[in-house]
Design a protein around this ligand. Structure first.
Ligand SMILES: Cc1ncc(COP(=O)(O)O)c(C=O)c1O
Length: 400
């Protein structure tokens, strides 16, 4: 029998993440990589982790090393509700499900909403891991164009109308409202209201994925979709970018009837998120690791963002057709090449020049836009950012 015949239709359609494959190329010595989305290890609150591990082992190993409730550690859910309330989103622990980071949230969302062939709306571009999750349940992501203020409401309305007209009503609208991955753009409150109006009129659920929300370096915080419409929004959060990704810890917040279904879906996946990681995280939060760590992280990334923006201004001064977004937070910016150039075609030249990025086509539901690239500014050192942008400008200049 052909090996592929052993697999389900679903598994046959699965593909390796383009980014993970690209990252292998960027591991070459001497390369400066703006390709990954990794937080800087310098921001990990190692001392807090060490103290919390010791105290959990000493005081609560019997529960921390045991199975736990699928919903998550009750104390941690209290902490998470408090984090959200401090950020202006009224909620309570019974609306919260602890997840094995937000990627699991995306998997559970796909599992509970998508039948094979069902459409869902995403940004165009959007987070690649979201596209992977939706497609792994044979969902069909349909992209809606973004501008410098995120998803464009008129385009959203048009897309919904078209899909409804074709009898392919989307199952949900997936939005990354704050410092979007990959484009770095944020949706202002006024636009959030319009998007919500469109969703409410059509009775659509919104999936709000906001891993970078607390990483704001300038401008005003915008209210969460969750705070504006708790009855129709399911929100995904994670500790990955605001504290550390290695615990694989995140949470979903939404109406009880949705959280209940996600709990059922999660039971079949991993029974519960590791109780040990949850207990350590709770102990760290009690000791103030998040607030103190965030101050340091924000300063660290904010400096790097400023350096990257300044270097882009300087190095691309003679190529005015090259444009980029100016993110107020997060880890990424989005650079668009002159009309005739393709970031896919340029990639090998960049690798030859020892600088790497992710070609933007990876982030489009239809892989049909080649003009842009995603640049990460959180991982490379300040010196590497300056040198890497110089190399990138050289590659563009010689291939224009
Ligand atoms: C928009 C978005 N959602 C979800 C994730 C997944 O993060 P994690 O599973 O580490 O929480 C990422 C990671 O880069 C992301 O950018």
């Amino acid at each position: 029998m052909n090996r592929q015949d052993y697999f389900s239709d679903r598994a046959r359609g699965m593909k390796r993440s383009v980014i993970r494959e690209l990252l292998k190329l960027t591991a070459k010595p001497g390369i400066i990589s703006f390709a990954g989305g990794l937080p800087a290890p310098a921001t990990f609150p190692v001392d807090y982790v060490e103290a919390a591990v010791g105290s959990v082992i000493e005081n609560e190993h019997a529960t921390a090393l045991q199975y736990g409730p699928t919903e998550g550690d009750a104390r941690l859910r209290e902490d998470l509700a408090l984090i959200m309330r401090t950020d202006g989103t009224k909620t309570s622990p019974d609306h919260i499900l602890v997840t094995t980071a937000s990627q699991q949230g995306l998997d559970l969302i796909s599992k509970i909403f998508l039948n094979p062939g069902d459409t869902c709306i995403t940004g165009s571009p959007t987070y690649l891991g979201g596209l992977q999750a939706f497609k792994s349940y044979q969902g069909v992501p349909v992209g809606v164009e973004l501008d410098d203020h995120g998803m464009i409401p008129e385009k959203l309305q048009e897309t919904i109308k078209r899909l409804e007209g074709e009898g392919r009503r989307p199952r949900f609208i997936y939005i990354i409202p704050d410092f979007q991955n990959p484009a770095g753009v944020t949706i202002p409150e006024s636009r959030r209201k319009i998007i919500l109006e469109i969703a409410r009129k059509g009775e659509y659920l919104i999936v709000e994925d906001t891993p970078y929300r607390q990483l704001r370096y300038s401008g005003e915080s915008q209210p969460t979709f969750q705070s504006m419409a708790p009855d129709m929004v399911i929100s995904l959060y994670t500790f990955s970018k605001i504290m550390l990704p290695g615990f694989r810890l995140g949470w979903a917040c939404g109406p009880n009837w949705l959280i209940d279904k996600m709990v059922m879906a999660k039971q079949a996946v991993d029974l519960c998120t590791p109780p040990f990681n949850q207990a350590i995280t709770h102990a760290m939060l009690v000791n103030g690791a998040l607030e103190k760590g965030l101050e340091n992280t924000i300063e660290h990334y904010s400096n790097k963002r400023t350096i990257m923006l300044e270097c882009l201004e300087k190095e691309f001064a003679d190529i005015p057709e090259v444009k980029w977004t100016k993110p107020e937070g997060g880890l990424f910016l989005w650079l668009t090449l002159p009309d005739r150039m393709s970031a896919d075609d340029l990639f090998q030249n960049a690798i030859d020049e020892n600088v790497a990025y992710v070609p933007g086509s990876a982030f489009f539901p239809k892989n049909d836009d080649f003009q842009s690239m995603r640049l990460n500014f959180s991982y490379a050192s300040e010196e590497q950012i300056a040198e890497g942008v110089k190399r990138l400008a050289r590659v563009v200049r010689t291939n224009i």
